[in-house]
Design a protein around this ligand. Sequence first.
Ligand code: ADP
Ligand code: ASP
Ligand code: MG
Length: 420
Amino acid sequence: MPAPLVVQKYGGSSVADADRIKRVARRIARERAAGNDLVVVVSAMGDTTDELLGLAAAVTDDPDPRELDVLLATGEHQSATLLSMALHAQGVAAISLTGPQAGITTDGRYGKARIADIQPSRVRLEIEAGKVVIVAGFQGRSAAAVGQSEITTLGRGGSDTTAVALAAALGADRCQVFTDVRGIYTADPRLVPKARQLPVIGYEEMLELAHQGAQVMQVRAVELGWVNDVVIEVLSSFEDAPGTLIREDPLVEQRNKVRGLAHDRNVAKVTIVAVPDRPGVARSIFEPLAEAGVNVDMIVQNVGHGGATDLSFTVPRAELARGKKVLEPIVRELGARELTTDASVGKVSIVGAGLHNAPGYAARMFGTLADAGVNIEMISTSEVRITCIVAEDELETALRALHDAFELERPEAVDVAAAG
Ligand code: ADP
Ligand code: ASP
Ligand code: MG
């Protein structure tokens, strides 16, 4: 019988300095001593990725995407090699591999590549040779022939995806994501002190929380877990405490309809005031934005008055400058009155798989925000969430009020059964 295979991922704060790397090495050594084979995915140390982005920005306003990805990938090379050395120092056989060496190929899009395939033969060989395999997260090579392929990175938080994808490709027995909180909470525990840790959360609800800004898991990692049936255990690397399981949730119908809250500060609002109200206008605005790679999220068009209407939508903050450049000439051509933007808004969402057949939740959300004195600037809904745009400095107030109103601190009876 081969030993059980465990894939572990350690986030940036877990490997932020030499002492923390040594501590992670000790944890791995314990796991190894217990008889498990291990593949360990690491993020870059601490804020390294932000620092590298800052260096690039200090050199140029418009860094070449290819060079930027090669630069960013080095963050994970650092932490992978250092962790391997720390294991050697503790007498544990280990080897670090880059994403490409681990057999990870991508669709080649710089900065937001998706994993296209994994051929982990080298990883398997090293496991068979008795080594702990450390894989640099957040990267892979584009699918071109080896001599022509390029390093590509998987988007912020991409090491989560490296870990889940490797767990799926290797048929791992466990997939553990170690981070700086104990698991998945009903809201970001840094903003909502009463947030409650969930013992288990279904893929669908976790996916929606991630989509709406809960950065604890990258969206793509949850998708891959769902498609490949990988149970993902999220837990703290700083304490020995039970984590949260992300998996198919058989009890989803029996739960409180609101499972958790998510928020996102990476939002900017764009309004085009008094656009002529005629066919084709929406296309002439949104087609060029799409072509420029600007991701438009919520869109609200008001009822027209006197042949004109206001059109508002949101874009990621980092794409606002690019969006404005695209829109300015269009706004002039259309004869709209003006283009206004607001980068100090945020998004707050209530998420739950059962929201769509439970009327009253929207009204309760809006009423709660009103009572808390928070003005709602835009609203959008789907089957599993209701989202409001509010002023960024009111996000925290909004989250805390909603957490109270939906009684999210109260444990659910079904959790005990589901965690078993
Ligand atoms: P890592 O560096 O380990 O990848 P991240 O910073 O990417 O860690 O993700 C962990 C952070 O996610 C937590 O510190 C927490 O502030 C934030 N977070 C947001 N929403 C949630 C949530 N619902 N549950 C737990 N953490 C959350
Ligand atoms: N280092 C990358 C980031 O900061 C990837 C990751 O941490 O998952 O986004
Ligand atoms: Mg992360």
